[in-house]
Structure formats: C-alpha cells, structure tokens
Design a protein around this ligand. Structure first.
Ligand code: F6R
Ligand code: MG
Ligand code: MG
Length: 375
C-alpha cells in the first residue's frame, strides 16, 4: 500500500497574499529531496497555488501519521523562517500552534491523504485551490461521481453502475455520514448544497471497493475561534479504469461556479481554473484559483506533473470567471457578493453589535433625536 499525501500551508505571502516566494519553494524542495534521500518519502513534489505551499508526497506510512505530518510541520517552519527573513506578509500564518504533537489535525495546515494499492497504471490529479474553502470541492465532486451529464462513464462503463459512496462531514458539529449514491443523491444534495458547513471528505467506488477521492476539510476559522485566513483546500482524485476518466474529472471546471472566499474570505465569487503560472490571485484577492496537477504514480514515484488546466479548452471558463467577477463586484458590500452574516469570518459584526447595542431601540419607542415621530 502506498499513501499519497498533499499537505499545505500558507506560511507567508509574496506580495501580500498573492503568491509564495521562490526562495520558500526552493527551501521546501530541499527538504523534500532530503526526505526522499533518507527513505522517509518515496517521492515528493513542491507546488503552490496563490500564497499556499503544497507538499505532494508518496510514502508507505498511511494517512495521519506522525512521521509524515511532523516532516511537513518542520518544512513549514523552515519556509516560515525564510518568510520572516524576507519580511513577507503573514509569515507563519497557518501555523497555529507553537509545538507539534502527533499529527496536524487542528494545527493549521490542511491535508488530503489517500492510501491505496497502486494499480498497474495509476493516474491521479492533485487539485490545489487558493482564496476559497474545502466546500468548494462539493460541486465538482458531485458532478464527477454522480452526474451522468458530466461523467459519461456513469452510463457507459458498467464498473460505475453500482455508484459511489460519499462521506460527508458536518464541520460545525464534527459529525460524518455516508451517502449511498445514486440511491441517496437527493438527500445528499440537501446537505452538500450548503458547502460552508457540509463538506465531501471522500468518495469510494462501490464496485471496486477503492477510495477514489479525498479532500482537506479543516476550517481554520473554526480551529482558531477567529479569522486567521481562508483554509484554502486541496483534493486528490484517482482516475480511469472504473473511476471517472481524467477528462471527466476536469469537466466540472469548465463552469466558473460560485464559491465563498476571495477578498477577506468574505465574498461569493466565481472560481477560475488556471495553469500553475496563473495561480496568483491579485484582483480583489481573487478570483479564487484552482490548479490541477496530473501525475502517473509508478512504484510510488510521482511521474509528472502535467499542468492540466494549461489547455485552451478552459479559456471559456476563465472568461466566464472574469465576467461573473465583474458582475459580483458591482454589488460592492451587498449580498449575494458579500457572504451572509453567519458565514462572515471576520469578527466585525460582534464588535459592532457590542458598540451599537444601546442605540437599538424597539420600533414602537420614540427616537430622541428624530424629527418625524409617527405617534
Ligand atoms: C483571503 C485573504 C485576503 C486577506 C486580505 C486582508 O483569504 O487572505 O483576502 O483577508 O488581504 O488581509 P489583512 O487583514 O492581513 O490585511
Ligand atoms: Mg496569506
Ligand atoms: Mg491562501
């Protein structure tokens, strides 16, 4: 069995929250090379999307393992040191704890991990997003694994007819549930259509008995109790041979669907599929970006990446994202561009509520300074 882990953190932005500095990428690359040499990792690759640095790693230790998580933690400490030396913005932003203990759960970095028996040919796609949240994967995962208008294999490949089991987390109450699809599609949609709270954590093929997809599901704001930046998500999807084909896994991103995030993590905006070279959101800290790095895993080695959104077939989605961005921006501070109050991660409303508490009076009382009382 091998494990594919993507562990990511924002350990400092260059410039502002737009990108990762090349020196931080090199430092992470050196750490990965050392870990491969020492035998901890079979292979590793460093990537970024916006201000988030991702360690894409293969190993034999399984998910949630101390050894791998502590390696990632130490690497993020090293990139934080560089961010501090260069005075980069928000150095160490996602490292919420002073010391590592056991695994990264609740400590700030996000991770998606999948353990599997390598198939004779093992195509996987690592999705990295910036300026949005883990629930942003709900819509594309639904399309990939449950929508025959997206995935032709659901109709044409008999290995998909039995369907897929979706594991959904309730991030508020820290509970989870399994939905047996297609039988329970409609029930599931009631939940995953509210992606701020309900997030698809994994998807499993009923025929193959294999887990096909895994996402990162941490919410930093819930962990830290206050706004500390968006928990920009990552996702692993295995493809082909009874699972959605590479093209079926990418197809949902031809639509620049709306996600929560963007400026101050507080706006609905379209998501834009981009090549790695364009994964640096600068306008209004957005629009949120997603990159798709394809690998063939062979004897645990990461053959790749192929930059899968570096394809003119996604130009229309990018154009649609720009148009939808203009449309949303014109709402300024109004919903539905701005998130509803319950989803706002800044504490502004709490402060305002306290400050203005004494000035709110029942509508039936006279206003001391008003000139036009109706009674
Ligand atoms: C969004 C994000 C940015 C910041 C914004 C303000 O996820 O990280 O949009 O929220 O740039 O940042 P501060 O408060 O650090 O000035
Ligand atoms: Mg940042
Ligand atoms: Mg980010």
């Amino acid at each position: 069995m091998i494990t594919l882990s993507i562990i990511k953190a924002d350990t400092g932005g260059f410039v502002g929250h737009t990108a990762v500095h090349p020196d931080m990428m090199s430092e992470a690359g050196r750490e990965i090379a050392r870990a491969v040499e020492s035998g901890l990792l079979i292979d590793g690759h460093v990537a970024s999307c916006g201000d988030d640095l991702s360690l894409i790693m293969t190993h034999t230790y399984g998910p949630d393992t101390d050894l791998i998580h502590s390696f990632a933690w130490d690497t993020f400490q090293a990139t934080t040191r560089i961010a501090k030396q260069l005075g980069l913005y928000g150095a160490g932003q996602d490292l919420l704890s002073d010391a590592f203990s056991g695994n990264l759960r609740g400590m700030g970095p996000g991770y998606a991990e999948l353990e599997f028996e390598e198939r004779p040919s093992e195509p996987v796609i690592c999705f990295l997003a910036d300026k949005t949240e883990p629930g942003a994967w709900n819509l594309p995962l639904y399309k990939m694994f449950a929508d025959p208008f997206n995935t032709a294999g659901l109709v044409i490949d008999t290995k998909m007819h039995a369907g897929f089991t979706f594991e959904v987390y309730d991030l508020y109450d820290e509970k989870r549930i399994l939905f047996d699809c297609p039988a329970e599609l409609y029930e599931m949609l009631m939940y995953i259509g509210a992606p701020a709270r309900y997030v698809i954590h994994s998807v499993r093929s009923k025929t193959l008995g294999e887990t096909a997809a895994a996402t990162s599901t941490q919410r930093l704001s819930l962990i830290a109790g206050k706004y500390v930046g968006k928990d920009d998500p990552v996702m692993i999807v295995r493809c082909q041979s009874g699972l959605p084909a590479v093209g079926e896994v990418l197809e949902p991103f031809t639509f620049a669907y709306g996600v929560a995030g963007c400026m101050r993590g507080s706006h609905h905006t379209p998501i834009m599929p981009v090549s790695a070279g364009h994964a640096h959101p600068s306008r209004f800290d957005g629009p949120p970006r997603v990159v798709a790095l394809g690998f063939q895993i062979h004897d645990g080695k990461l053959i790749g990446p192929r930059d899968l959104f570096a394809d003119p077939a996604f130009d229309r989605a990018r154009q649609q994202a720009n148009e939808a961005m203009d449309y949303f921006r014109r709402h300024g501070p109004f919903e539905p561009h701005r998130l509803p109050l319950e989803d706002l991660e800044y504490t502004t409303m709490t402060v305002l509520t306290k400050r203005l508490a004494s000035r709110w009076t029942p509508m039936t009382t006279e206003l001391a300074t008003a000139g036009t009382s109706r009674r």
